[in-house]
Design a protein around this ligand. Structure first.
Ligand code: ADP
Length: 641
């Protein structure tokens, strides 16, 4: 009832999952049914023991104190019971004591069972969901924000946990309580029981309505507090801009505005919330007053008032009053339980929807291991688009074993896209990409990606030691191999100068490394992996000349003797390549060696001219196209927001 369907990024996944709760229990509950059963049984027994004392008290009042009835206990044969009132009294005391102690033990067992079950399930679901998620193709990740995926892995999983832990537990407790009390009251006096139980459905409806009203208000509170936090975070992050633009007043107003929204939303929720308990008290009070009045008159007059007939003993009356007080507060949770269930239902639907998501890149059932012999890579008339529009259109080129081929061309031409097809991050729409004559779609993903090293301009380091980052993917490497790889990547020297050398923590929360240092670690990682085929995606941008020289030197070592594709904006870094493929707008427009392409005087020659500083000498047509492209890139960037 509270899940805002329209802004749920996983609406599609949620909607196509039928019966998620049943599946939750079938898939995860089944194997944990032992602990589940412990929880359920202990829950029921604990409640039953809870219900004993008022009943015994009622019996004691009638049979022992007032001597108004026979001393018999439900379910216990009369001949087992003592006849002496004092011994009867001590028996009652004993049973009450035992029921309290037993109840305490059972509460412990119950919580153990429920919590254990909930923890098992949330752990299994989280790991399964993460694993399913990381196997999805890149289209999925491009489509979703990291925060949205995190939200499934944490919020949705936690909601399930909370429901299994608290919600289900409370539902059982409530069920046993209401059924147990109703049974006892009906057994003691069916007529008065009807009166005493009257508030139960009323309270159920009332609390359900309350939760239904307050949930959207809480959602609004969460959303406004989110806005306040992002505003504050954004402003504190951009404090320098605020100061230099002297916009403190403007920002203070903006913060006041979002904080005001939060205030309003919160107050709205508070106004509803503070009416709930008084309302509940009124309902409970009416029920109590009715029971007390009718029961009181009944005992007092010795016969049923109005329509009521038969007798009501004082002890029964006392038990009635005690019991009616018992179910009010558990009933107050009723709406909350329903709500927890609904949220858990939506969360389970999202989780299973995500697990069922088509991974996009399927391995053929008879996929073979890729065996690279020469390392020859061939793009054969490849057409591909992320969506409808083709990004690559009939692209063909190849790299012989051990050759270095550079892909050049303007931004957005499709260079990175072409290489992602080799890694099978996406599948071609038409044509084929082959390694040594084998279509990449016919081999296992692990063997394909295992044969390819990838170094990109954005080097991501995991939070961990330098060594862990270098051995990432080649976990078995020993220290000597790691150091040799680092030395070949021109990284050994700076690494040994770090506070803890190879054991220095880097990555998020770790020591900050410069772009050039990160890149050299990535090169070391690729060195260690020693792949047959290498992809360098703009591997030397954004570094100073000296670092570039170091990187270039390490790259020369890395690329020697293996098939390499290089994407580089700086053409000076690729002019010695064995072949250069010039892409423009998804098509191969020129190919050849540096000298051949300069002689051809086409797009490559123009690009080369720009980088050599001959801007004045550029053909007008080239400048015009570049401007157009710049404008298009801006539009793309806008769309990305
Ligand atoms: P290059 O590497 O030559 O700069 P790319 O291969 O990165 O070019 O991009 C080619 C085109 O594909 C661009 O228009 C870009 O906006 C688009 N593109 C790249 N990645 C995606 C993606 N994940 N989803 C949709 N479009 C994309």
């Amino acid at each position: 009832m509270d899940v805002p369907a329209d802004d749920d990024p996983f609406e599609e996944q949620r909607e196509r999952t039928a019966n998620p709760m049943r599946r939750l229990f079938a898939a995860y509950g089944e194997e944990r049914r032992g602990v589940f059963a412990v929880g359920v049984v202990a829950s029921i027994l604990a409640r039953v023991l809870d219900l004993l004392p008022p009943l015994l008290l009622g019996i004691a009042v009638d049979a022992i104190f007032l001597d108004e009835g026979p001393f018999d206990l439900p379910l216990v044969p009369g001949r087992w019971l003592p006849t002496d009132p004092e011994r009867q009294f001590w028996l009652i005391v004993g049973i009450v004591l035992v029921s309290y102690l037993g109840g305490a033990a059972l509460h412990w067992v119950r919580n153990w069972g429920w919590n254990r079950f909930a923890q098992y399930v949330q752990h299994a679901i989280r790991t399964d969901t993460y694993d399913a998620m990381q196997r999805l193709n890149m289209t999925f990740f491009a489509d979703k924000q990291t925060g949205e995926m995190m939200s499934v892995l944490s919020n949705d999983v936690n909601r399930l946990e909370r429901f299994l832990n608290d919600g289900l537990n409370a539902a059982f407790r409530l069920g046993v309580m209401v059924i147990g009390i109703a049974a006892i009251l009906l057994w003691m006096n069916p007529q008065l029981a009807v009166v005493a139980l009257l508030p139960v459905p009323l309270i159920a409806v009332f609390t359900y309505r309350f939760v239904e009203t307050i949930q959207p208000k809480y959602a609004e509170v969460r959303s406004t507090v989110g806005q306040v936090n992002s505003r504050l975070e954004n402003n504190l992050g951009g404090i320098q801009v605020i100061k230099t633009s002297s916009t403190e007043g403007y920002e203070a107003d903006r913060v006041e505005e979002v904080s005001g929204d939060y205030f309003d939303a919160n107050w709205d929720a508070i106004e509803t919330r503070i009416k709930f308990f008084p309302g509940l008290r009124v309902l409970a009070g009416i029920g109590f007053a009715l029971t007390f009045t009718i029961g009181g008159l009944w005992v007092f007059r010795g016969e049923g008032p109005w329509l009521f007939t038969g007798t009501l003993r004082p002890g029964e009356f006392v038990a009635f009053i005690l019991y009616t007080q018992r179910f009010i507060w558990p009933m107050a949770q009723f709406g909350q339980i329903i709500n927890m269930y609904q949220r858990a239902y939506a969360s389970a639907a999202r989780i299973f929807g995500l697990m069922d998501e088509d991974a996009g890149i399927d391995e053929a059932t008879d996929a073979a291991e890729l065996a690279v012999t020469d390392g020859r890579v061939e793009y054969d008339d490849v057409t591909f688009g992320y969506e409808e529009a083709p990004i690559l259109d009939g692209v063909s080129f190849e790299a012989g074993g051990g050759e270095t081929v550079a892909l050049v061309g303007p931004t957005g031409a499709g260079k990175s896209t072409a290489l992602k097809l080799l890694l099978r991050m996406y599948d071609v729409d038409e044509g084929a990409v082959r390694v040594d004559g084998t279509d990449v779609r016919e081999v296992t993903l692990a063997s394909l990606r295992g044969a390819i090293g990838y170094v990109s301009q954005e080097t991501f380091l995991f939070y961990g030691t330098v060594r862990e980052n270098i051995t990432y993917g080649t976990f078995g490497a020993d220290d000597e191999e790691v150091e040799a790889a680092a030395a070949a990547a021109e990284a050994h020297e700076f690494v040994t100068n770090l506070p803890d050398g190879y054991d220095t923590m880097v990555g998020e929360r770790g020591v900050k490394l410069s772009g050039g240092q990160r890149q050299r670690l990535a090169i070391a990682r690729a060195m260690l992996k020693d792949p047959e085929i290498l992809i360098l995606d703009e591997a030397t941008s954004d570094v100073d000349t000296e670092t570039e020289m170091l990187i270039q030197r390490s790259l020369d070592r890395l690329t020697a003797d293996r098939t390499t594709f290089v994407i580089a904006h700086r053409l000076s870094t690729v002019k010695d390549a064995d072949g250069i493929v010039v892409l423009d707008d998804g098509e191969v427009v020129e190919r050849g060696t540096h000298e051949e392409l300069l002689a051809a005087d086409g797009l490559y020659a123009s690009l080369w001219g720009v980088q050599a500083g001959e801007i004045d000498a550029l053909p007008a047509e080239f400048v015009e196209r570049a401007t157009e492209r710049g404008a298009r890139a801006d539009v793309d960037a806008d769309l990305d927001d």
